[in-house]
Ligand binder design. Structure first.
Ligand SMILES: [Mn+2]
Length: 260
């Protein structure tokens, strides 16, 4: 099947992987993706959610808890489902306050938990979720050399071991490798830094979410940014062939799909 190597999931040259990014509390889109996965599922195939499945980016109809409960169930019951940590789940661990569009998302998640579970169960539920988030892997590397993470690349990674051990320094924002792989956007690295990261992790191309785009955006011909739900228009995902040789971005672009 696959190797769990610290915080890195290593996928063999077999089957396909669905790569889905940034659900952000959107239960309607989540269900549509789960339907696609149901059709796609077999013992060689994998589902990869690249983090930020919680926290709706506006206040209306935030279904983060339902999605989180389901994602947790999937993780605990299927070894071919890989859920990566995003900066929003990380903020729940680190208790760093996240302000988006003037809304304190951490506080909003707290209040949803409070509404749903009540004063009595709220603390236990929060603890349970934090434990779950801490166990999530941070990245996937496929045998055909695609590196997948929530955001990034970080500018201070020297080897795959730096990814495997990335949470040794803790979950606070002083752990700069972890912080950067969860938060970095195009303005935080140069083409040279992207190239040296890919070399360090022995990968050809990289797939991330995090930055809202119109379906997809290709950066420096090496980094594919995908928005599957929360984005700027089209909703894209990747049906990644784990067996094919992927030499350049155009090979990867052929594997992009869109929600109808
Ligand atoms: Mn994000």
């Amino acid at each position: 099947m696959h190797k769990y190597n610290g915080k890195l999931v290593e996928l063999p040259r077999k089957g396909k992987a669905l790569v889905i990014t940034d659900i952000h509390g959107n239960l309607t889109d989540f269900k549509r993706f789960m339907h696609i996965w149901d059709e796609f599922e077999n013992e060689d195939n994998h589902l990869i959610l690249t983090g930020d499945f919680i926290h709706a980016m506006g206040l209306e109809n935030d279904r983060s808890v339902e999605i989180l409960e389901y994602v947790k169930f999937l993780c605990e019951n299927f070894s071919n489902i890989h859920v990566l940590l995003g900066n929003h789940e990380w903020s729940t661990i680190s208790q760093k306050l996240l302000f988006k569009a003037g809304v304190n998302q951490t506080f909003n998640f707290d209040s949803i938990l409070m509404d749903k579970f009540g004063e009595a169960r709220y603390r236990d539920k929060m603890k349970e979720y934090v434990q779950f988030f801490k166990k999530l892997p941070i990245a996937v590397r496929t045998d055909n050399k695609i590196f997948i993470s929530h955001a990034g690349p970080p500018t201070n990674v020297k080897s795959l071991d730096d990814i495997r051990n990335i949470t040794y320094a803790g979950f606070n924002s002083e752990n700069s490798r972890l912080f950067q792989i969860l938060w970095n956007r195009s303005e935080n690295f140069t083409k040279t830094q992207l190239d040296s990261f890919l070399k360090a992790v022995d990968s050809k191309l990289m797939i991330v979410g995090h930055t809202p785009v119109d379906g997809i955006e290709l950066l420096y011909n090496k980094l594919l940014i995908v928005s599957s739900s929360y984005g700027k228009g089209k909703k894209a995902y990747v049906e990644l062939d784990l067996e094919k040789d992927i030499k350049e971005s155009k090979d990867l672009l052929k594997m992009v799909r869109y929600l109808e």
